[in-house]
Design a protein around this ligand. Structure first.
Ligand code: PRP
Length: 215
């Protein structure tokens, strides 16, 4: 069972005015729920846990775009640091896949693969899938079944966030940064209709903003 930092339902978060938030989003956010510095500290520890378990062989890190790109970049930087500062190191290569399931704040119930390299390149490899958030778990379960067809040697999943929601299928990743309440979160590459990826902290989206950015 993966350990994680739990953000409880009654966590109030922090006032926006205490942090640097882009001016263009100031009216759209309720509170900062996970400041950027805390994301980085937790990611550093996940890198250590991953290297402890997977550091014996070449790792192919598979980034699930778009939401996973910030966590992927920072996690890999920490893994690289461990690699370059210890007597033992393993090659780390990267791959990308683009999946899409959400429109507005709703899952569309269909997970579309819309880009990325040939998954067959992962045959026989130790694969680390890196994702920003697991909500229903449908995206990850779909990806895992696609990957199984390619016969990788080992597959582990790291997700920065897991949402506590009754919509969950029960699926849990191998490495989890934070367990978060069932609120719509944006920032650190998590979006609402493509907005808010350019925000460093993870914040709660306001109800007005859902209307404002609706497609
Ligand atoms: C989000 C997120 C996960 C998925 C999680 O992706 O990045 O991939 O939803 O939801 P699930 O567990 O309910 O399947 P989205 O479809 O919004 O695409 P994006 O990564 O490009 O933002």
């Amino acid at each position: 069972m993966a350990s994680y930092l739990e953000i409880t339902d009654d966590e109030k978060g922090h006032e926006l005015s205490l942090f640097c938030v882009p001016k263009h989003y100031e009216e759209d956010l309720d509170r900062v729920i996970i400041p950027h510095g805390l994301i980085m500290d937790r990611t550093e520890r996940l890198a250590r846990d991953i290297m402890r378990d997977m550091g014996g062989h070449h790792i192919v890190a598979l980034c699930v775009l778009k939401g996973g790109y910030k966590f992927f970049a920072d996690l890999l930087d920490y893994i690289k640091l461990l690699n370059q500062n210890s007597d033992k190191s393993v090659p780390l290569t990267v791959d990308f896949i683009r999946l899409k399931s959400y429109s507005n704040d709703q899952s569309t119930n269909k997970v579309k693969v819309i880009g990325g390299d040939e998954l067959s390149a992962l045959t026989g490899k130790n694969v680390l899938i890196v994702e920003d958030i697991v909500e229903t778990g449908r995206t990850m379960q779909t990806l895992l079944s696609l990957l199984t067809e390619c016969n990788p040697k080992m597959v582990k999943v790291a997700s920065l966030l897991v949402k506590r929601t009754p919509r969950s299928s029960g699926y849990k990743p191998d490495y989890i940064g934070f367990e978060v309440p069932d609120k719509f979160l944006v920032g650190y590459a998590l979006d609402y209709n493509e907005y808010f990826r350019d925000l460093s902290h993870i914040c709660v989206l306001s109800e007005q903003a859902k209307e404002k950015y609706k497609v």
